[in-house]
Design a protein around this ligand. Structure first.
Ligand SMILES: Nc1ncnc2c1ncn2[C@@H]1O[C@H](COP(=O)(O)OP(=O)(O)OP(=O)(O)O)[C@@H](O)[C@H]1O
Ligand SMILES: [Mg+2]
Ligand SMILES: [Zn+2]
Length: 270
């Protein structure tokens, strides 16, 4: 068992309140007086403990622990570009700059769970797809107490492989829980590894199930809908026509156009 999993297991067994809380004296319930009657309500420590637990359960990798909305910087230049109606960005390809992508993330958070349509962020390396997506699930957990989970695409493939039962030659889908049931799944780097036909079938099953159950999926991918040169593949080449088209129904698609944030000098803030 991985260390973090063990920590999670131990957390699950601990009570859902702070035993040293001065407000509820470690009961999880706060006494209040309303209209002359004494009542109890959930103490704030209950919500704090719940959020802490949800955050741990979300499995956000440590290298993305700094990814919050606040830390996602947008320059004056990016805002000016919106004012110029996104010159150079092709709306038919859902192209947006990072300012619009951040607005989209903020809108999504505000509207969830009334609107449950997910988001597909496509784009080149380092434009901030994972940062924004992690920021979204972090906000949903912290502000709305929504159970969310981060999954790297390659890790999901490993789970799909683990679900394979050689005897029946099909997947044992209970292995794939909670990928099938979590309220919000963040699937990072879709298409980053090659998939076999049966893996693709299982992946399609997972995403279809989530769609049918009205669960939200946020996806990032390096692969685009159009090739930049002849040798390159598209997202559809990587995951098949059927799944690519399903993603358009499940998610609002944005292709983020911007410099690679990781490269030195890639961005100058005004
Ligand atoms: N607008 C931004 N403000 C602050 N930090 C940013 C911004 N965009 C990206 N970063 C940082 O740059 C690094 C790369 O961003 P991120 O991992 O989100 O890119 P990506 O689009 O997911 O790239 P890849 O396709 O390689 O996965 C991260 O450390 C991220 O926090
Ligand atoms: Mg990424
Ligand atoms: Zn308390």
């Amino acid at each position: 068992m991985r260390e973090s999993e063990q920590a999670r297991g131990e957390q699950q067994q601990q009570p859902m309140f702070d035993e040293n809380c001065p407000i509820c004296e470690g009961t999880g319930w706060e006494r209040i007086v309303e209209d002359g009657f004494e009542k109890v309500k959930r103490c704030q420590c209950y919500y704090q403990v719940r959020r802490k637990r949800l955050l741990l359960a979300a499995r956000i990798p440590r290298r993305y622990s700094h990814c919050t909305l606040e830390q996602f910087k947008v320059s004056e230049h990016d805002y000016e570009e919106i004012a110029k109606k996104g010159k150079g960005l092709d709306p038919s390809k859902h192209q947006v700059n990072i300012a619009v992508a951040k607005f989209a993330a903020e809108n999504f958070i505000r509207q969830y769970p009334t609107r449950k349509e997910g988001i597909l962020f496509m784009g080149n390396c380092g434009v901030g797809k994972t940062h924004l997506s992690v920021a979204i699930i972090r906000e949903l957990i912290e502000k709305k107490g929504v159970p969310c989970m981060f999954y790297d695409f390659r890790d999901l493939l490993k789970e799909i492989q683990a679900s394979y039962d050689p005897q029946s030659q099909t997947s044992e889908f209970f292995v794939l829980d909670p990928v099938l049931t979590i309220d919000v799944l963040l699937l990072d780097e879709l298409g980053a590894a090659r998939v076999t036909d049966w893996m693709l079938d299982t992946l399609t099953y997972i995403l279809n199930t989530r769609y049918n159950e009205n669960l939200t999926t946020i996806i990032t991918s390096n692969w685009l809908d159009e090739k930049k040169d002849n040798n390159e593949q598209t997202l559809e080449d990587r995951i098949g026509k059927r799944l690519r088209s399903r993603l358009s129904e499940m998610c609002k698609v944005y292709e983020i156009i911007g410099p690679d944030f990781r490269r030195k000098g890639g961005r100058i803030f005004s």
